[in-house]
Write a new protein. Structure first.
Length: 233
């Protein structure tokens, strides 16, 4: 399998600077006591069986950062789970590190998403090339400095179709593979390469580093990243 070999380019800028139920008998059943303590509901999805495997238990290589992401995004302390807090259009979450060399792969599990909603998974560039900044209030892939695989299976860059793959839904995993030497991006779904989704970034050397990113639309949409996922090729 491909192993990450490149260096990380650390970004510390803030937004605006760039951006079985048991059967019981009646006698066995007792009424619940009033005032009893209720089990606290966890909402960080950190132990979801849909999102955890052995590679998830490894220390993360990078984290999503609330400091450089849209404020409407709730990000867990470990930076691995992102939840959309409201329903006001797409909002973007960015990783705290980007890549300027080497080959890298990660995947994003869609833990919770209404079938009517949308999300996008990919990368963004904060290089300032052509004086374009990352828009944290737009769908990833709609501006000049982002490339993303969207819910409808379309790969977008600058609002134009750059590739295609299978549609996405709750329970799917979207993988992102990038080669900083050639500017190539490949996408996978549930560990299977989507061959028609491969793109090569134009003038990619001027756009490095490439930063992992997601955009979420619907309130309550939840994703979990696995920075230690193994690529299928």
């Amino acid at each position: 399998s491909t192993q990450s070999t490149g260096s990380f380019f650390h970004k510390t800028v803030v937004r605006g600077l760039v951006m079985s139920k048991k059967k019981t008998s009646k006698k066995d059943t007792a009424p619940a006591k009033r005032g009893g303590s209720k089990k606290e509901k966890k909402d960080d999805y950190s132990d979801s069986e849909d999102s955890i495997d052995e590679t998830h238990k490894m220390p993360p290589k990078w984290r999503f950062s609330s400091k450089i992401s849209a404020p409407e995004m709730h990000i867990t302390e470990d930076g691995q789970v992102v939840t959309k807090k409201d329903n006001d259009f797409h909002r973007v979450a960015l990783a705290d590190k980007g890549f300027d060399s080497g080959v890298h792969y990660w995947d994003v599990g869609i833990i919770k998403m209404d079938p009517r909603e949308e999300l996008s998974v990919g990368v963004a560039s904060e290089s300032g090339y052509e004086n374009v900044k990352i828009n944290l209030e737009a769908t990833l892939g709609m501006d000049k400095n982002s490339w993303a695989y969207c819910t409808n299976g379309t790969v977008y860059h600058f609002s134009k179709i750059a590739g295609e793959g299978e549609h996405l839904k709750e329970g799917d995993r979207v993988g992102v593979w990038i080669d900083c030497k050639t500017g190539t991006i490949k996408f996978t779904k549930k560990g299977i390469e989507q061959p028609n989704s491969t793109i090569v970034i134009k003038d990619f050397k001027k756009r490095l580093p490439l930063i992992p990113a997601v955009s979420l639309h619907g309130k309550g949409t939840v994703i979990r990243v696995n920075t230690n996922a193994e690529p299928p090729f």
